[in-house]
Design a protein around this ligand. Structure first.
Ligand code: B12
Length: 216
């Protein structure tokens, strides 16, 4: 196993143990050695998802899951600072509005995704959660966004994803935006059904797909 991968595994373990000091220390070491950042972020995201699965099975409590996301977000800030110091931050790749649909308050995955997109060089405008479809469209227009990235984590709130696309079409502005959708019950088939431009199942895929949608 390469040294970089070994440090990633240690970071994964430290995050599962919610050991913020160790995560920070190892991340600094990882960055100093110049290893690649995107796969590190996905490793951390996988650890958070593992804790999410434990929470679902009743093997840990919600504050632990939230704590893991906070550690990840703090580590992402650290990565941002280090990359800024070393002048390695990517040039702006595009403007993206991101949010969770009406009646859906899940935001942990969205926050992780926002952070990863920022590191990848997108200007990300986080609209928050519980967003009516019309508000999403108005904010996208106001910010002259290139991409609208929206998620629904529950089945009952999924129709709001379709509503966003219907509103864009009714306003005659559908072609101005790429629409990227995600969320636990969302599928590729659903994306095709409602006419979204892309479906992603992870934050890493969101970065790759957003770059592709921008022709990068
Ligand atoms: C944590 C959690 C909660 C927390 C949310 C805390 C918060 N601030 O987000 C709380 C306890 C509040 C909650 C509430 C509810 N929840 Co809940 N929740 C979860 C759980 C266990 C983990 C989700 C999570 O944060 N994972 C960690 C993150 C990092 O991983 P992730 O979500 O997979 O995100 C990745 C990708 O999906 C993607 N991504 C995520 N979001 C976005 C957004 C965009 C734009 C993009 C591009 C990508 C992207 O990138 C992320 C990183 O790779 C899931 C189970 C699951 N397996 O998903 C259920 C789950 C989503 N919840 C569920 C339900 C039913 C509910 C409730 C209705 C429960 C209830 N009866 O009250 C309420 C709904 C409240 C509401 N109105 O929204 C169901 C939905 C089932 C369905 N098909 O409808 C799930 C799937 C659990 C289950 N198996 O039944 N929940």
């Amino acid at each position: 196993m390469s040294k970089g991968k070994a440090i990633q595994n240690d970071i994964h373990q430290a995050l599962l143990e919610l050991d913020e000091g160790r995560v920070e220390h190892l991340t600094s070491e990882y960055l100093r050695a110049g290893y690649e950042v995107t796969s590190l972020l996905q490793t951390m995201s996988n650890a958070v998802s593992e804790i999410g699965a434990k929470f679902e099975n009743g093997d840990c409590y919600l504050p632990q899951l939230i704590n893991s996301v906070e550690i990840m977000e703090n580590t992402i800030k650290l990565i941002h600072e280090k990359l800024a110091e070393s002048d390695e931050l990517a040039e702006e790749k595009g403007v993206l509005v991101i949010g969770t649909v009406k009646n859906d308050v899940h935001d942990l995955g969205k926050n992780v995704t926002s952070s990863m997109l920022r590191i990848a060089g997108f200007r990300v405008i986080d609209l928050g959660t519980d967003l009516p479809a019309l508000d999403i469209v108005e904010d996208a227009l106001e910010n002259d966004a290139d991409i609208i990235a929206i998620s629904s984590m529950t089945t009952v709130t999924m129709p709001c994803l379709a509503e966003v696309i219907a509103i864009l079409e009714n306003m005659g502005v559908r072609s101005r935006f790429k629409v990227l959708i995600s969320g636990a019950p969302v599928t590729q088939e659903y994306a095709e059904l409602i006419g979204a431009d892309a479906y992603v199942k992870s934050a890493e895929e969101a970065v790759v797909t957003a770059k592709r949608l921008m022709g990068r």
